[in-house]
Design a protein around this ligand. Structure first.
Ligand code: PEP
Ligand code: MG
Length: 315
């Protein structure tokens, strides 16, 4: 417990020496957007658009989509918001995007992969997002889920820019995308690591399996190494690398991620204040030492202990 200093959060994510690490919210509905603002989010790092249409049996028209996105963006006027294009498949099936029977849905046609066969579906969504952005004062960026290669990232960025969206990113949720490092970050304006799926695919362990929960622990050193390596590629090329998976919501891990070079953290609204105050508890340099110690560990518990030791030693 000593590693998480209890410092009052003033609503701006930053280390005790003033290095900014914006704390952003994950949202999927207008109620989430209001909760994000009430809890002091500096913006939204992940708007899960598929949550707007979980019951839709047919593709929502562009006008219907625009209205649904507008309702979420409205409370966020003035704030930066990252809208993720539809992430259907595996744990989040969408009836109107049925992929048919796949033996391994988590390894199947999901996320951005759906759009390779049906690009007009993606284009309609991008156009609805651009419309909703224009209808509200939110500063909208878009990103694609389940990207595996730099070529896929380029393909998405081109279509998003053609739709009038100026800031384009991709999620890093596959080991291949994380290892694509420099080529991947050069293809986009920002990247956001989805640690839930990145853990699942790195450890070949279903994220919903209770029996495999330890492999999906966000403190797994192999996962942290992938994130740190990518963050370094981002820093070298001036491309922000954020984290929007569950890892970002763990106050003890937040500083470690910041110390590894992660530029922003996005989480559920309830985690904003605990993460914000944990970031304010130590300097960036101390978090950097904690990150190096955690990366060198050989188990999640070892990483937790090593990071905690560094931070208490530095007090
Ligand atoms: C993730 O995979 O970490 C992520 C943020 O996306 P989702 O949980 O929606 O798959
Ligand atoms: Mg994911």
């Amino acid at each position: 417990a000593a590693a998480v200093a209890e410092v009052a959060w003033d609503g701006r994510g930053r280390t005790s020496d003033g290095h900014p690490v914006p704390v952003l919210a994950n949202v999927g509905s207008p109620a989430d957007a209001r909760a994000a603002v009430e809890n002091g989010a500096e913006g939204v790092g992940l708007f899960r658009t598929e949550f707007c249409f979980l019951d839709a049996r047919t593709e929502p028209s562009e006008a219907t989509q625009r209205e649904a996105y507008r309702a979420v963006l409205e409370p966020l006027a003035g704030l930066p918001v990252v809208v993720r294009t539809l992430d259907a498949g595996a744990d989040k099936p969408l009836p109107f995007l049925s992929m048919g029977d796949e033996p391994n849905p988590a390894l199947g046609v999901r996320g951005l992969r759906v759009a390779f066969d049906r690009p007009e579906l993606l284009d309609r969504q991008l156009s609805a997002i651009a419309g909703a952005a224009a209808d509200t004062g939110a500063r909208v960026s878009v990103m694609a889920p389940m990207v595996a290669t730099a070529a896929e990232a380029r393909w998405f960025a081109e279509r998003a820019r053609a739709a009038g969206l100026e800031r384009v990113g991709v999620m890093v949720e596959t080991p291949a995308a994380a290892l694509a490092g420099p080529a991947l970050v050069r293809a986009v304006d920002f990247v956001s690591v989805g640690t839930n799926d990145l853990a699942q695919y790195t450890f070949a362990a279903d994220r919903l399996s209770g029996a495999l929960a330890e492999l999906n622990d966000p403190w797994q050193p192999a996962l942290l190494r992938l994130v740190a390596e990518l963050a370094r590629a981002g820093q070298e090329h001036g491309v922000p690398v954020g984290v929007c998976g569950e890892a970002a919501a763990d106050p003890r891990l937040a500083g470690v991620l910041a110390g590894a070079g992660v530029s922003s953290l996005s989480m559920s609204a309830a985690a904003l204040a605990p993460v914000g105050s944990a970031l304010a508890g130590h300097t960036r340099e101390a978090f950097g030492r904690a990150a190096r110690a955690a990366l060198a560990a050989d188990s999640p518990q070892g990483a937790r202990d090593a990071a905690a030791r560094e931070l208490t030693a530095g007090e």
